[in-house]
Design a protein around this ligand. Sequence first.
Ligand SMILES: NC(=O)c1ccc[n+]([C@@H]2O[C@H](COP(=O)([O-])OP(=O)(O)OC[C@H]3O[C@@H](n4cnc5c(N)ncnc54)[C@H](OP(=O)(O)O)[C@@H]3O)[C@@H](O)[C@H]2O)c1
Length: 321
Amino acid sequence: MFDLIRVSLFGASNTGGVPFDPAKDISSLAGKIILVTGGAGGIGREAVLEFLRHKPTRLYILDLPQPDDGEAMLAGIREAVPDAPVRFIPVNLASFESIAKGAAQFNEAEDRLDICLCNAGVMPVKPTTTPEGFETTFGINYLGHALLVRLLEKKLLQAAALPDADVRLVFVCSEGHVMVPKGGIAFDELKTSCAKLQYFYRYGQSKLAINLFMRELSSKHPQIRVVAVHPGRISTGIATELLKYSAIVRVTQPLTKYMTVPPALGARNSLWACTSPATKSGKYYEPVGVPDHESKLSRDPELCRKLREWTDEALKDYASA
Ligand SMILES: NC(=O)c1ccc[n+]([C@@H]2O[C@H](COP(=O)([O-])OP(=O)(O)OC[C@H]3O[C@@H](n4cnc5c(N)ncnc54)[C@H](OP(=O)(O)O)[C@@H]3O)[C@@H](O)[C@H]2O)c1
Protein backbone atom coordinates (compact mmCIF):
# COMPACT_ATOMS: atom_id res chain seq x y z
CA MET A 1 0.00 0.00 0.00
CA PHE A 2 2.86 2.39 0.88
CA ASP A 3 4.45 1.80 -2.55
CA LEU A 4 1.11 2.32 -4.29
CA ILE A 5 0.70 5.77 -2.69
CA ARG A 6 4.38 6.71 -3.13
CA VAL A 7 4.47 5.87 -6.84
CA SER A 8 0.99 7.29 -7.59
CA LEU A 9 1.69 10.63 -5.94
CA PHE A 10 5.41 11.16 -6.19
CA GLY A 11 6.55 8.66 -8.92
CA ALA A 12 9.99 8.65 -10.45
CA SER A 13 11.22 11.96 -11.74
CA ASN A 14 10.97 12.58 -15.48
CA THR A 15 14.06 14.71 -15.29
CA GLY A 16 17.43 14.37 -13.59
CA GLY A 17 19.79 11.47 -14.04
CA VAL A 18 23.11 11.62 -15.81
CA PRO A 19 23.67 14.19 -18.58
CA PHE A 20 22.75 12.53 -21.89
CA ASP A 21 21.98 14.12 -25.24
CA PRO A 22 21.14 11.29 -27.67
CA ALA A 23 21.94 13.43 -30.73
CA LYS A 24 25.52 14.07 -29.54
CA ASP A 25 26.29 11.25 -27.13
CA ILE A 26 25.38 8.23 -29.26
CA SER A 27 28.30 7.34 -31.50
CA SER A 28 27.96 5.75 -34.92
CA LEU A 29 25.88 2.56 -34.97
CA ALA A 30 27.40 1.46 -38.29
CA GLY A 31 27.51 -2.33 -38.61
CA LYS A 32 24.85 -2.90 -35.95
CA ILE A 33 21.60 -4.81 -36.32
CA ILE A 34 18.88 -3.46 -34.05
CA LEU A 35 15.44 -4.75 -33.12
CA VAL A 36 12.77 -2.76 -31.24
CA THR A 37 9.46 -4.23 -30.05
CA GLY A 38 6.55 -1.78 -30.02
CA GLY A 39 8.64 0.47 -32.26
CA ALA A 40 5.70 1.68 -34.35
CA GLY A 41 4.35 4.07 -31.72
CA GLY A 42 4.96 5.96 -28.48
CA ILE A 43 8.36 5.81 -26.81
CA GLY A 44 9.51 2.96 -29.07
CA ARG A 45 9.04 5.02 -32.24
CA GLU A 46 11.15 7.85 -30.77
CA ALA A 47 13.91 5.38 -29.92
CA VAL A 48 13.71 3.98 -33.47
CA LEU A 49 14.09 7.47 -35.02
CA GLU A 50 17.09 8.29 -32.85
CA PHE A 51 18.80 4.95 -33.55
CA LEU A 52 18.29 5.50 -37.29
CA ARG A 53 19.87 8.97 -37.15
CA HIS A 54 23.06 7.18 -36.06
CA LYS A 55 23.10 4.93 -39.13
CA PRO A 56 22.88 1.29 -38.06
CA THR A 57 23.13 -1.38 -40.76
CA ARG A 58 19.49 -2.38 -40.28
CA LEU A 59 16.72 -1.81 -37.77
CA TYR A 60 13.67 -4.06 -37.34
CA ILE A 61 10.41 -2.87 -35.83
CA LEU A 62 8.36 -5.69 -34.30
CA ASP A 63 4.84 -4.46 -33.65
CA LEU A 64 1.20 -5.46 -34.03
CA PRO A 65 0.18 -6.42 -37.59
CA GLN A 66 -0.92 -3.39 -39.60
CA PRO A 67 -3.47 -3.31 -42.46
CA ASP A 68 -0.93 -2.17 -45.09
CA ASP A 69 1.98 -4.35 -43.86
CA GLY A 70 3.35 -1.30 -42.07
CA GLU A 71 3.93 0.67 -45.29
CA ALA A 72 2.41 3.94 -43.99
CA MET A 73 4.28 3.64 -40.67
CA LEU A 74 7.60 2.97 -42.47
CA ALA A 75 6.95 5.89 -44.86
CA GLY A 76 6.49 8.19 -41.84
CA ILE A 77 9.82 7.02 -40.43
CA ARG A 78 11.62 7.49 -43.77
CA GLU A 79 10.16 10.97 -44.01
CA ALA A 80 11.79 11.82 -40.65
CA VAL A 81 15.05 9.95 -41.45
CA PRO A 82 15.56 9.72 -45.24
CA ASP A 83 16.86 6.36 -46.58
CA ALA A 84 16.50 4.76 -43.15
CA PRO A 85 17.34 1.01 -43.34
CA VAL A 86 14.19 0.04 -41.43
CA ARG A 87 12.02 -3.07 -41.79
CA PHE A 88 8.76 -4.16 -40.23
CA ILE A 89 7.96 -7.61 -38.81
CA PRO A 90 4.33 -7.98 -37.71
CA VAL A 91 4.17 -9.68 -34.31
CA ASN A 92 1.43 -9.89 -31.74
CA LEU A 93 3.28 -10.46 -28.47
CA ALA A 94 0.11 -11.93 -26.98
CA SER A 95 0.35 -14.93 -29.33
CA PHE A 96 3.08 -17.61 -29.16
CA GLU A 97 2.44 -18.54 -32.78
CA SER A 98 2.84 -14.96 -33.97
CA ILE A 99 6.07 -14.53 -31.92
CA ALA A 100 7.54 -17.77 -33.29
CA LYS A 101 6.73 -16.66 -36.87
CA GLY A 102 8.21 -13.18 -36.34
CA ALA A 103 11.37 -14.55 -34.68
CA ALA A 104 11.83 -17.03 -37.55
CA GLN A 105 11.55 -14.17 -40.06
CA PHE A 106 14.28 -12.22 -38.23
CA ASN A 107 16.50 -15.29 -37.75
CA GLU A 108 16.33 -16.11 -41.45
CA ALA A 109 17.31 -12.57 -42.42
CA GLU A 110 20.17 -11.88 -39.99
CA ASP A 111 23.23 -13.64 -38.50
CA ARG A 112 23.58 -11.28 -35.55
CA LEU A 113 21.60 -9.06 -33.22
CA ASP A 114 23.53 -6.22 -31.55
CA ILE A 115 20.82 -4.23 -29.80
CA CYS A 116 17.48 -5.71 -28.75
CA LEU A 117 15.11 -3.21 -27.13
CA CYS A 118 12.09 -4.97 -25.59
CA ASN A 119 9.86 -1.94 -25.35
CA ALA A 120 6.28 -2.96 -26.21
CA GLY A 121 3.87 -2.91 -23.31
CA VAL A 122 0.22 -2.64 -22.36
CA MET A 123 -1.85 -1.80 -19.28
CA PRO A 124 -5.33 -3.15 -20.00
CA VAL A 125 -7.93 -2.17 -17.42
CA LYS A 126 -10.34 -5.00 -18.28
CA PRO A 127 -9.22 -8.49 -17.24
CA THR A 128 -8.71 -10.69 -20.33
CA THR A 129 -6.54 -13.60 -21.48
CA THR A 130 -4.18 -14.23 -24.40
CA PRO A 131 -4.93 -16.89 -27.05
CA GLU A 132 -2.94 -19.38 -24.91
CA GLY A 133 -5.00 -18.47 -21.84
CA PHE A 134 -2.54 -16.32 -19.86
CA GLU A 135 -3.50 -13.02 -18.24
CA THR A 136 -3.04 -10.45 -21.02
CA THR A 137 -0.77 -7.92 -19.27
CA PHE A 138 1.59 -10.66 -18.08
CA GLY A 139 1.25 -12.46 -21.41
CA ILE A 140 2.37 -9.47 -23.50
CA ASN A 141 4.71 -7.50 -21.23
CA TYR A 142 6.61 -10.46 -19.77
CA LEU A 143 5.82 -13.85 -21.30
CA GLY A 144 5.72 -12.67 -24.93
CA HIS A 145 9.09 -10.98 -24.49
CA ALA A 146 10.50 -14.02 -22.64
CA LEU A 147 9.61 -16.24 -25.62
CA LEU A 148 10.91 -13.73 -28.15
CA VAL A 149 14.24 -13.39 -26.32
CA ARG A 150 14.65 -17.17 -26.06
CA LEU A 151 14.08 -17.45 -29.81
CA LEU A 152 16.54 -14.62 -30.62
CA GLU A 153 19.17 -15.50 -27.97
CA LYS A 154 21.38 -17.34 -30.46
CA LYS A 155 21.73 -14.20 -32.63
CA LEU A 156 22.63 -12.07 -29.59
CA LEU A 157 25.30 -14.61 -28.63
CA GLN A 158 26.61 -14.74 -32.20
CA ALA A 159 26.99 -10.95 -32.19
CA ALA A 160 28.68 -11.12 -28.77
CA ALA A 161 31.28 -13.57 -30.11
CA LEU A 162 32.46 -11.14 -32.82
CA PRO A 163 35.56 -8.93 -32.36
CA ASP A 164 34.81 -5.59 -30.60
CA ALA A 165 31.32 -6.78 -29.70
CA ASP A 166 29.09 -4.58 -27.55
CA VAL A 167 25.75 -6.35 -27.38
CA ARG A 168 22.78 -4.97 -25.45
CA LEU A 169 19.48 -6.46 -24.35
CA VAL A 170 17.33 -3.76 -22.79
CA PHE A 171 13.86 -4.13 -21.26
CA VAL A 172 11.50 -1.21 -20.77
CA CYS A 173 10.24 -1.82 -17.25
CA SER A 174 8.36 0.68 -15.07
CA GLU A 175 8.41 2.31 -11.67
CA GLY A 176 5.06 0.45 -11.40
CA HIS A 177 6.96 -2.81 -10.78
CA VAL A 178 6.67 -2.07 -7.07
CA MET A 179 2.84 -2.27 -7.13
CA VAL A 180 2.36 -6.01 -6.91
CA PRO A 181 0.07 -8.56 -5.27
CA LYS A 182 1.21 -10.31 -2.08
CA GLY A 183 4.40 -12.26 -2.75
CA GLY A 184 5.09 -10.34 -5.99
CA ILE A 185 3.57 -12.58 -8.67
CA ALA A 186 0.24 -14.42 -8.36
CA PHE A 187 1.54 -17.60 -10.05
CA ASP A 188 -1.64 -19.59 -9.33
CA GLU A 189 -3.75 -16.98 -11.17
CA LEU A 190 -1.61 -16.43 -14.27
CA LYS A 191 -3.50 -18.97 -16.37
CA THR A 192 -6.69 -16.90 -15.78
CA SER A 193 -7.62 -13.26 -16.44
CA CYS A 194 -6.55 -12.40 -12.84
CA ALA A 195 -9.94 -10.74 -12.45
CA LYS A 196 -9.46 -10.42 -8.70
CA LEU A 197 -6.42 -8.18 -9.15
CA GLN A 198 -6.68 -4.45 -9.92
CA TYR A 199 -5.18 -3.52 -13.30
CA PHE A 200 -2.18 -1.79 -11.67
CA TYR A 201 -1.30 -4.97 -9.78
CA ARG A 202 -1.53 -6.97 -13.02
CA TYR A 203 0.76 -4.41 -14.67
CA GLY A 204 3.11 -4.31 -11.66
CA GLN A 205 3.62 -8.07 -11.54
CA SER A 206 4.36 -8.16 -15.28
CA LYS A 207 7.06 -5.50 -14.85
CA LEU A 208 8.47 -7.17 -11.71
CA ALA A 209 8.81 -10.33 -13.82
CA ILE A 210 10.74 -8.30 -16.43
CA ASN A 211 13.17 -7.15 -13.72
CA LEU A 212 13.70 -10.71 -12.46
CA PHE A 213 14.16 -12.03 -16.02
CA MET A 214 16.67 -9.26 -16.77
CA ARG A 215 18.78 -10.14 -13.71
CA GLU A 216 18.72 -13.83 -14.55
CA LEU A 217 19.82 -13.23 -18.15
CA SER A 218 22.60 -10.89 -17.06
CA SER A 219 24.08 -13.68 -14.91
CA LYS A 220 23.55 -16.30 -17.62
CA HIS A 221 25.18 -14.23 -20.38
CA PRO A 222 28.02 -12.07 -18.96
CA GLN A 223 29.12 -11.29 -22.55
CA ILE A 224 25.90 -9.27 -23.09
CA ARG A 225 24.84 -6.12 -21.24
CA VAL A 226 21.31 -6.90 -20.04
CA VAL A 227 19.46 -4.07 -18.26
CA ALA A 228 16.00 -2.69 -17.49
CA VAL A 229 14.87 0.95 -17.48
CA HIS A 230 11.93 3.07 -16.37
CA PRO A 231 11.21 5.64 -19.10
CA GLY A 232 9.57 8.29 -16.86
CA ARG A 233 5.92 9.37 -17.09
CA ILE A 234 5.23 9.87 -20.73
CA SER A 235 2.20 11.08 -22.69
CA THR A 236 1.68 8.05 -24.95
CA GLY A 237 -1.01 5.66 -26.16
CA ILE A 238 -0.70 3.39 -23.12
CA ALA A 239 -3.13 5.73 -21.32
CA THR A 240 -5.86 5.22 -23.96
CA GLU A 241 -7.35 2.22 -22.15
CA LEU A 242 -7.13 3.96 -18.82
CA LEU A 243 -9.06 6.94 -20.17
CA LYS A 244 -11.80 4.66 -21.50
CA TYR A 245 -12.32 2.57 -18.40
CA SER A 246 -10.91 4.34 -15.32
CA ALA A 247 -13.07 7.13 -13.84
CA ILE A 248 -10.21 8.40 -11.65
CA VAL A 249 -7.92 8.72 -14.68
CA ARG A 250 -10.63 10.67 -16.56
CA VAL A 251 -11.15 13.04 -13.63
CA THR A 252 -7.44 13.72 -13.18
CA GLN A 253 -6.74 13.99 -16.93
CA PRO A 254 -6.39 17.83 -16.94
CA LEU A 255 -3.41 17.40 -14.60
CA THR A 256 -1.69 14.86 -16.87
CA LYS A 257 0.11 17.49 -18.92
CA TYR A 258 1.83 18.74 -15.76
CA MET A 259 2.96 15.25 -14.76
CA THR A 260 4.12 13.80 -18.08
CA VAL A 261 6.73 14.58 -20.73
CA PRO A 262 6.70 13.92 -24.51
CA PRO A 263 7.74 10.50 -25.91
CA ALA A 264 11.10 11.79 -27.20
CA LEU A 265 12.16 12.41 -23.59
CA GLY A 266 10.75 9.01 -22.60
CA ALA A 267 13.09 7.32 -25.06
CA ARG A 268 16.24 8.77 -23.45
CA ASN A 269 16.71 6.08 -20.81
CA SER A 270 16.30 3.26 -23.36
CA LEU A 271 18.74 4.98 -25.73
CA TRP A 272 21.25 5.53 -22.94
CA ALA A 273 21.01 1.90 -21.80
CA CYS A 274 21.38 0.64 -25.39
CA THR A 275 24.44 2.75 -26.23
CA SER A 276 26.28 4.27 -23.26
CA PRO A 277 29.70 2.84 -22.35
CA ALA A 278 28.66 3.32 -18.69
CA THR A 279 25.70 0.86 -18.79
CA LYS A 280 26.22 -1.96 -16.26
CA SER A 281 24.64 -5.35 -16.86
CA GLY A 282 22.10 -6.61 -14.32
CA LYS A 283 20.94 -3.12 -13.31
CA TYR A 284 17.56 -1.37 -13.32
CA TYR A 285 17.87 2.35 -14.19
CA GLU A 286 15.43 5.06 -13.06
CA PRO A 287 15.80 7.88 -14.23
CA VAL A 288 18.48 8.03 -16.97
CA GLY A 289 21.69 6.30 -15.86
CA VAL A 290 20.74 6.04 -12.16
CA PRO A 291 20.79 2.39 -10.95
CA ASP A 292 19.47 0.48 -7.93
CA HIS A 293 15.96 1.90 -7.43
CA GLU A 294 14.33 -1.47 -7.98
CA SER A 295 12.17 -3.16 -5.35
CA LYS A 296 13.56 -5.77 -2.97
CA LEU A 297 11.46 -8.43 -4.70
CA SER A 298 13.30 -7.68 -7.98
CA ARG A 299 16.41 -9.11 -6.32
CA ASP A 300 14.75 -12.10 -4.66
CA PRO A 301 16.57 -15.27 -5.81
CA GLU A 302 13.72 -17.57 -4.74
CA LEU A 303 11.15 -15.56 -6.72
CA CYS A 304 13.54 -15.56 -9.68
CA ARG A 305 13.83 -19.37 -9.52
CA LYS A 306 10.05 -19.76 -9.27
CA LEU A 307 9.52 -17.49 -12.27
CA ARG A 308 12.09 -19.39 -14.35
CA GLU A 309 10.43 -22.73 -13.59
CA TRP A 310 6.96 -21.35 -14.29
CA THR A 311 8.21 -19.81 -17.57
CA ASP A 312 9.94 -23.04 -18.68
CA GLU A 313 6.65 -24.88 -18.23
CA ALA A 314 4.59 -22.14 -19.94
CA LEU A 315 6.89 -22.02 -22.98
CA LYS A 316 7.80 -25.71 -23.17
CA ASP A 317 6.11 -26.29 -26.55
CA TYR A 318 7.71 -23.21 -28.13
CA ALA A 319 11.17 -22.70 -26.63
CA SER A 320 13.26 -24.69 -24.20
CA ALA A 321 15.49 -22.66 -21.83
N1 LIG B 1 4.10 5.97 -20.94
C1 LIG B 1 4.54 5.87 -19.70
O1 LIG B 1 4.35 6.76 -18.88
C2 LIG B 1 5.26 4.63 -19.26
C3 LIG B 1 5.70 4.55 -17.92
C4 LIG B 1 6.39 3.42 -17.51
C5 LIG B 1 6.66 2.41 -18.42
N2 LIG B 1 6.20 2.51 -19.70
C6 LIG B 1 6.52 1.40 -20.62
O2 LIG B 1 7.07 1.94 -21.81
C7 LIG B 1 6.86 1.01 -22.88
C8 LIG B 1 6.36 1.74 -24.11
O3 LIG B 1 5.05 2.24 -23.81
P1 LIG B 1 4.47 3.57 -24.45
O4 LIG B 1 4.23 4.49 -23.32
O5 LIG B 1 5.30 4.03 -25.58
O6 LIG B 1 3.04 3.00 -24.92
P2 LIG B 1 2.36 3.00 -26.38
O7 LIG B 1 2.37 4.36 -26.96
O8 LIG B 1 1.04 2.33 -26.17
O9 LIG B 1 3.33 2.09 -27.25
C9 LIG B 1 3.43 0.71 -27.06
C10 LIG B 1 3.78 0.05 -28.37
O10 LIG B 1 3.66 -1.37 -28.19
C11 LIG B 1 2.78 -1.87 -29.19
N3 LIG B 1 2.03 -3.04 -28.73
C12 LIG B 1 0.95 -3.08 -27.92
N4 LIG B 1 0.51 -4.34 -27.78
C13 LIG B 1 1.32 -5.12 -28.52
C14 LIG B 1 1.36 -6.50 -28.81
N5 LIG B 1 0.44 -7.35 -28.32
N6 LIG B 1 2.32 -6.97 -29.64
C15 LIG B 1 3.24 -6.13 -30.19
N7 LIG B 1 3.26 -4.81 -29.96
C16 LIG B 1 2.30 -4.30 -29.14
C17 LIG B 1 1.82 -0.72 -29.47
O11 LIG B 1 1.14 -0.91 -30.69
P3 LIG B 1 -0.29 -0.16 -30.90
O12 LIG B 1 -0.01 1.31 -30.81
O13 LIG B 1 -0.73 -0.61 -32.26
O14 LIG B 1 -1.19 -0.65 -29.80
C18 LIG B 1 2.79 0.45 -29.48
O15 LIG B 1 3.45 0.58 -30.71
C19 LIG B 1 5.88 -0.05 -22.35
O16 LIG B 1 6.60 -1.21 -22.01
C20 LIG B 1 5.32 0.60 -21.09
O17 LIG B 1 4.91 -0.35 -20.14
C21 LIG B 1 5.52 3.60 -20.15
